[in-house]
Design a protein. Sequence first.
Length: 210
Amino acid sequence: MPLWRSWCAHLQKSYGMKPEYADGATPLDPDEAAGLKLTHVATMKELNIFEQQNIQQAAAWAFGGREKDMLNQQYIRQLHKRMFGHVWKWAGEYRTSNKNIGVAREMIGIELRQLCDDVAYWIAQATFPPDEIAARLHHRLVAIHPFSNGNGRHARLMADVLLERKLNRPRFSWGGVGLVASGDMRSAYIRALQAADCGDYAPLMQFVRS
Protein backbone atom coordinates (compact mmCIF):
# COMPACT_ATOMS: atom_id res chain seq x y z
CA MET A 1 0.00 0.00 0.00
CA PRO A 2 1.46 3.45 -0.96
CA LEU A 3 2.44 5.56 2.03
CA TRP A 4 -0.22 8.18 1.29
CA ARG A 5 -2.94 5.55 1.48
CA SER A 6 -1.44 3.90 4.55
CA TRP A 7 -1.11 7.27 6.26
CA CYS A 8 -4.77 8.09 5.54
CA ALA A 9 -5.83 4.64 6.75
CA HIS A 10 -3.66 4.98 9.87
CA LEU A 11 -5.19 8.31 10.82
CA GLN A 12 -8.70 7.08 10.31
CA LYS A 13 -8.20 3.75 12.07
CA SER A 14 -6.13 4.97 15.02
CA TYR A 15 -7.57 8.42 15.61
CA GLY A 16 -10.83 8.53 13.68
CA MET A 17 -9.30 11.27 11.51
CA LYS A 18 -9.30 11.87 7.79
CA PRO A 19 -6.87 14.11 5.86
CA GLU A 20 -7.99 17.72 6.27
CA TYR A 21 -8.76 19.76 3.18
CA ALA A 22 -9.17 23.52 3.12
CA ASP A 23 -12.63 24.97 2.50
CA GLY A 24 -13.56 24.54 -1.14
CA ALA A 25 -10.70 22.12 -1.87
CA THR A 26 -11.38 18.99 -3.91
CA PRO A 27 -10.68 15.74 -2.04
CA LEU A 28 -8.67 13.11 -3.88
CA ASP A 29 -10.18 9.71 -4.52
CA PRO A 30 -8.07 6.66 -3.55
CA ASP A 31 -6.66 6.11 -7.06
CA GLU A 32 -5.59 9.76 -7.31
CA ALA A 33 -4.05 9.69 -3.84
CA ALA A 34 -2.07 6.62 -4.90
CA GLY A 35 -0.38 8.79 -7.55
CA LEU A 36 1.87 10.41 -4.96
CA LYS A 37 5.49 10.12 -6.15
CA LEU A 38 7.17 11.10 -2.87
CA THR A 39 6.92 7.96 -0.78
CA HIS A 40 8.53 9.63 2.25
CA VAL A 41 5.74 12.21 2.65
CA ALA A 42 3.78 11.44 5.81
CA THR A 43 1.75 14.58 6.61
CA MET A 44 -0.30 17.22 4.80
CA LYS A 45 2.18 19.84 6.00
CA GLU A 46 5.06 18.04 4.30
CA LEU A 47 2.99 17.58 1.15
CA ASN A 48 2.20 21.30 1.01
CA ILE A 49 5.91 22.14 1.35
CA PHE A 50 6.95 19.89 -1.52
CA GLU A 51 4.10 21.12 -3.71
CA GLN A 52 5.05 24.75 -3.03
CA GLN A 53 8.67 24.09 -4.00
CA ASN A 54 7.49 22.52 -7.24
CA ILE A 55 5.16 25.48 -7.91
CA GLN A 56 7.99 27.98 -7.40
CA GLN A 57 10.02 26.17 -10.05
CA ALA A 58 7.04 26.24 -12.41
CA ALA A 59 6.51 29.96 -11.82
CA ALA A 60 10.14 30.68 -12.68
CA TRP A 61 9.66 28.76 -15.92
CA ALA A 62 6.35 30.46 -16.74
CA PHE A 63 7.42 34.04 -16.11
CA GLY A 64 10.89 33.56 -17.60
CA GLY A 65 9.79 31.87 -20.81
CA ARG A 66 9.53 33.40 -24.23
CA GLU A 67 6.34 31.68 -25.29
CA LYS A 68 3.55 34.22 -25.72
CA ASP A 69 0.75 31.84 -26.61
CA MET A 70 -0.60 30.40 -23.39
CA LEU A 71 -4.23 30.31 -24.51
CA ASN A 72 -4.33 26.69 -25.56
CA GLN A 73 -4.83 23.33 -23.90
CA GLN A 74 -1.24 22.26 -24.40
CA TYR A 75 0.06 25.19 -22.34
CA ILE A 76 -2.64 24.74 -19.68
CA ARG A 77 -1.65 21.11 -19.20
CA GLN A 78 2.08 21.81 -19.40
CA LEU A 79 1.83 24.45 -16.68
CA HIS A 80 -0.01 22.08 -14.35
CA LYS A 81 2.55 19.36 -14.99
CA ARG A 82 5.40 21.72 -14.21
CA MET A 83 3.63 22.83 -11.02
CA PHE A 84 2.94 19.35 -9.65
CA GLY A 85 4.92 16.88 -11.77
CA HIS A 86 7.57 16.26 -9.12
CA VAL A 87 4.88 15.29 -6.63
CA TRP A 88 2.00 13.65 -8.50
CA LYS A 89 2.03 11.10 -11.33
CA TRP A 90 -1.16 12.51 -12.83
CA ALA A 91 0.06 16.12 -13.01
CA GLY A 92 -0.90 17.69 -16.33
CA GLU A 93 -3.53 15.05 -17.06
CA TYR A 94 -7.23 15.87 -17.05
CA ARG A 95 -9.14 14.24 -14.21
CA THR A 96 -10.87 10.98 -15.03
CA SER A 97 -13.52 11.22 -12.32
CA ASN A 98 -16.30 13.69 -11.63
CA LYS A 99 -16.01 15.89 -8.54
CA ASN A 100 -18.21 17.98 -6.31
CA ILE A 101 -17.14 20.95 -8.46
CA GLY A 102 -16.36 21.29 -12.13
CA VAL A 103 -17.82 20.19 -15.44
CA ALA A 104 -18.35 16.54 -16.35
CA ARG A 105 -15.02 14.91 -17.12
CA GLU A 106 -15.89 14.35 -20.79
CA MET A 107 -16.56 18.09 -21.21
CA ILE A 108 -13.19 19.33 -19.92
CA GLY A 109 -11.45 19.64 -23.30
CA ILE A 110 -14.47 21.27 -24.92
CA GLU A 111 -14.88 23.82 -22.12
CA LEU A 112 -11.16 24.69 -22.08
CA ARG A 113 -11.09 25.22 -25.83
CA GLN A 114 -14.10 27.54 -25.53
CA LEU A 115 -12.46 29.41 -22.65
CA CYS A 116 -9.24 29.95 -24.63
CA ASP A 117 -11.24 31.23 -27.60
CA ASP A 118 -13.25 33.57 -25.36
CA VAL A 119 -10.17 35.04 -23.68
CA ALA A 120 -8.43 35.59 -27.03
CA TYR A 121 -11.56 37.40 -28.25
CA TRP A 122 -11.79 39.55 -25.10
CA ILE A 123 -8.19 40.62 -25.55
CA ALA A 124 -8.51 41.35 -29.27
CA GLN A 125 -11.74 43.31 -28.83
CA ALA A 126 -10.87 44.92 -25.47
CA THR A 127 -14.20 43.54 -24.22
CA PHE A 128 -13.13 43.98 -20.59
CA PRO A 129 -10.26 45.80 -18.83
CA PRO A 130 -7.08 43.66 -18.54
CA ASP A 131 -7.60 42.86 -14.84
CA GLU A 132 -11.12 41.65 -15.49
CA ILE A 133 -10.01 39.46 -18.38
CA ALA A 134 -7.49 37.73 -16.11
CA ALA A 135 -10.02 37.42 -13.27
CA ARG A 136 -12.59 35.91 -15.63
CA LEU A 137 -9.99 33.46 -16.95
CA HIS A 138 -9.22 32.45 -13.38
CA HIS A 139 -12.85 32.00 -12.43
CA ARG A 140 -13.68 29.91 -15.49
CA LEU A 141 -10.64 27.68 -14.99
CA VAL A 142 -11.66 27.00 -11.39
CA ALA A 143 -15.24 26.34 -12.50
CA ILE A 144 -14.10 23.84 -15.15
CA HIS A 145 -11.73 22.16 -12.65
CA PRO A 146 -9.69 20.28 -15.25
CA PHE A 147 -7.35 18.41 -12.91
CA SER A 148 -7.61 16.05 -9.96
CA ASN A 149 -6.18 18.68 -7.60
CA GLY A 150 -4.30 21.98 -7.60
CA ASN A 151 -6.89 23.73 -9.74
CA GLY A 152 -7.03 26.94 -7.71
CA ARG A 153 -3.26 27.34 -7.60
CA HIS A 154 -3.00 26.53 -11.29
CA ALA A 155 -5.74 29.01 -12.20
CA ARG A 156 -4.11 31.75 -10.11
CA LEU A 157 -0.75 31.23 -11.80
CA MET A 158 -2.40 31.17 -15.23
CA ALA A 159 -4.06 34.51 -14.47
CA ASP A 160 -0.78 36.05 -13.32
CA VAL A 161 1.12 34.78 -16.36
CA LEU A 162 -1.56 36.20 -18.65
CA LEU A 163 -1.42 39.56 -16.85
CA GLU A 164 2.35 39.94 -16.94
CA ARG A 165 3.25 38.39 -20.27
CA LYS A 166 0.26 39.20 -22.46
CA LEU A 167 -1.65 42.10 -20.88
CA ASN A 168 1.32 44.13 -19.57
CA ARG A 169 -0.12 44.33 -16.09
CA PRO A 170 1.41 43.43 -12.71
CA ARG A 171 0.47 40.13 -11.12
CA PHE A 172 -2.49 39.93 -8.75
CA SER A 173 -1.83 40.10 -5.00
CA TRP A 174 -4.52 37.51 -4.13
CA GLY A 175 -5.15 38.94 -0.68
CA GLY A 176 -1.45 39.11 0.12
CA VAL A 177 -1.34 35.62 1.66
CA GLY A 178 -1.25 32.00 0.57
CA LEU A 179 -4.70 30.58 -0.06
CA VAL A 180 -3.97 26.88 0.44
CA ALA A 181 -4.95 26.71 4.12
CA SER A 182 -8.32 27.62 5.58
CA GLY A 183 -8.63 31.13 6.98
CA ASP A 184 -10.39 34.45 6.58
CA MET A 185 -8.69 35.26 3.27
CA ARG A 186 -9.51 31.88 1.75
CA SER A 187 -13.10 32.26 2.90
CA ALA A 188 -13.28 35.68 1.24
CA TYR A 189 -11.75 34.19 -1.91
CA ILE A 190 -14.33 31.37 -2.01
CA ARG A 191 -17.16 33.87 -1.51
CA ALA A 192 -15.80 35.98 -4.38
CA LEU A 193 -15.74 32.95 -6.67
CA GLN A 194 -19.28 32.05 -5.65
CA ALA A 195 -20.44 35.59 -6.47
CA ALA A 196 -18.77 35.26 -9.88
CA ASP A 197 -20.68 32.01 -10.38
CA CYS A 198 -23.80 34.18 -10.25
CA GLY A 199 -22.38 36.76 -12.66
CA ASP A 200 -21.17 39.28 -10.05
CA TYR A 201 -17.44 39.79 -10.59
CA ALA A 202 -17.09 42.83 -8.32
CA PRO A 203 -16.02 40.89 -5.19
CA LEU A 204 -13.45 38.90 -7.17
CA MET A 205 -12.09 42.05 -8.82
CA GLN A 206 -11.67 43.61 -5.41
CA PHE A 207 -10.09 40.52 -3.90
CA VAL A 208 -7.44 39.89 -6.56
CA ARG A 209 -5.90 43.33 -5.94
CA SER A 210 -6.35 43.29 -2.16
